[in-house]
Design a protein around this ligand. Structure first.
Ligand SMILES: Cc1ncc(C[n+]2csc(CCOP(=O)(O)OP(=O)(O)O)c2C)c(N)n1
Ligand SMILES: [Mg+2]
Length: 413
């Protein structure tokens, strides 16, 4: 029964995951922790704050050409960039509470370990329906959400939502049970992978219609302002959603009505199998905010501290001055678009290039060099994440399926 409940949308993805070995489907091995880490070239872009009208530079530049399968990276240059990024990350670390830093690292590792297990159990049929993994993008969800306040701020996102659901505070048990379509899931097993929700943690889903959450998120920020709350809304979406009318209409209204919203475009450079370059006439998404007079920043999504700091600036702008911001956060997904993606549109080399600049490796190294964590601390973090994932799987296994009479409760059409 739970499989039927999961199939909310009928897009033409071929579910051949039971017959093909995992690596054949993805075309590349997913590494938890690649041994070496190098970074991509970064340069500058405009960071216009419509509040004070000033422009300043921020790194790196968005429209220097999205990495394509054929692009070659100058290894030495990339390594120099990596070192530079680590230096800036270490500077940020100095000004941040060590306890918070360790929790950020834990959340990233938990997200990675948890989703690697998801891929594993999906193949044996424990998870059914669509399943989009976040592996490689952990620094975005962790950096942004942990810069907000869970008591008063709202989060809304797309279907790649498991890790973000855990970062807001939904337990791994409830997320895994939801993925299994079980009654112990955070929405009783009726939402599945794409529809995580939590009233308790102000998490407004989990949406399968590309760009649909941008309009809803704008309405949430409108409600926050109308009710004179001092909360802000974080609205996540992928770069493919930017080509939709809803993006442009929402940004126009948010700036016109001065809404406390932060639009977070997770630019992982692909919309299913289509690279951003093939689908968007101007590749700089951050600069599209200029057309609405909106503050915007381009951010390196492999750097959790850069994401955190950019979000903090945007939260301040939203909370203090009730003004929106568009953040374009450049990242990369290591896995296929969903579990049924054969991954034929990009090369293994391209995937490996990004794995070498893994956001967890970078953060772990920065924290170790800054003496915030020791090797022993890191091992403990990994063990905790693994134990938590095992516990979640046991809980999901033992949780019952939703009762048949639940089929029509809490369903709105
Ligand atoms: C309105 C709409 N059109 C098409 C689809 C099919 N679809 C599902 S995911 C996707 C790609 C979205 O890519 P992006 O927004 O970049 O997010 P990502 O998957 O990269 O996180 C498409 C076209 C959909 N779900 N909704
Ligand atoms: Mg995308």
């Amino acid at each position: 029964m739970h499989k039927r409940l999961h199939v909310a949308y009928n897009f033409p993805e071929v579910h051949n995951y039971f017959t093909q070995p995992f690596f054949e489907i993805y075309g590349a091995e997913v590494l938890i922790l690649p041994k070496t880490a190098t970074r991509q070239k970064s340069s500058t872009t405009t960071n216009r704050d419509s509040n004070n009208g000033s422009s300043k530079t921020a790194s790196p530049k968005p429209d220097d050409g999205s990495p394509q399968a054929t692009d070659k990276v100058d290894r030495k240059e990339a390594q120099a960039e990596y070192k530079e990024r680590k230096k800036s990350q270490k500077d940020s670390i100095k000004n941040t509470d060590p306890k918070l830093l360790k929790e950020m690292l834990y959340q990233m590792v938990l997200g990675r370990v948890f989703e690697q297990k998801c891929a594993e159990v999906y193949r044996i049929g424990k998870i059914g329906g669509f399943c989009h993994l976040y592996i490689g993008q952990e620094a975005v969800g962790v950096g942004a959400i942990m810069a907000t306040d869970r008591d008063r701020d709202f989060v809304i996102t797309a279907y790649r939502d498991h890790v973000q659901a855990m970062v807001v505070g939904i337990t791994p048990e409830a997320v895994m049970a939801e993925l299994y379509g079980k009654a112990g899931g955070n929405v009783g097993g009726k939402g599945g992978s794409m529809h995580m929700f939590s009233k308790e943690f102000n998490f407004f889903g989990g949406h399968g219609i590309v760009g649909g959450q941008i309009g809803v998120g704008t309405g949430m920020a409108y409600a926050q302002k109308y009710k004179e709350s001092d909360g802000v809304t974080l609205c996540f979406f992928g770069e493919a959603a930017v080509n939709q009318g809803i993006f442009h209409e929402s940004l126009n209204m948010a700036q016109l009505w001065k809404l406390p919203i932060i639009y977070i475009c997770e630019n992982n450079q692909y919309g299913m199998g289509t690279s951003q370059k093939r689908a968007m006439s101007i590749s700089s998404i951050a600069s599209k905010a200029e057309g609405f007079g909106m503050a915007n920043e381009f951010v390196d999504g492999m750097d959790v501290m850069a994401v955190r700091e950019a979000t903090e600036r945007a939260v301040k702008r939203a909370r203090k001055n009730s003004l929106p911001t568009l953040l374009e956060i450049r990242c990369y997904r290591y896995m296929g678009h969903s579990m049924s993606d054969p991954g034929k549109y990009r090369t293994t080399e391209e995937i490996k290039k990004y794995q070498e600049r893994d956001p967890i490796v970078l953060f772990k190294e920065s924290l170790t060099e800054a003496k915030v964590i020791s090797d022993k601390d890191y091992t403990e973090i990994e063990i905790r994440a693994k134990e938590s994932t095992e516990k979640a799987m046991k809980f999901a296994d033992e949780s019952p399926l939703p009762d048949a009479k639940e089929l029509f409760t809490d369903v709105y059409a």
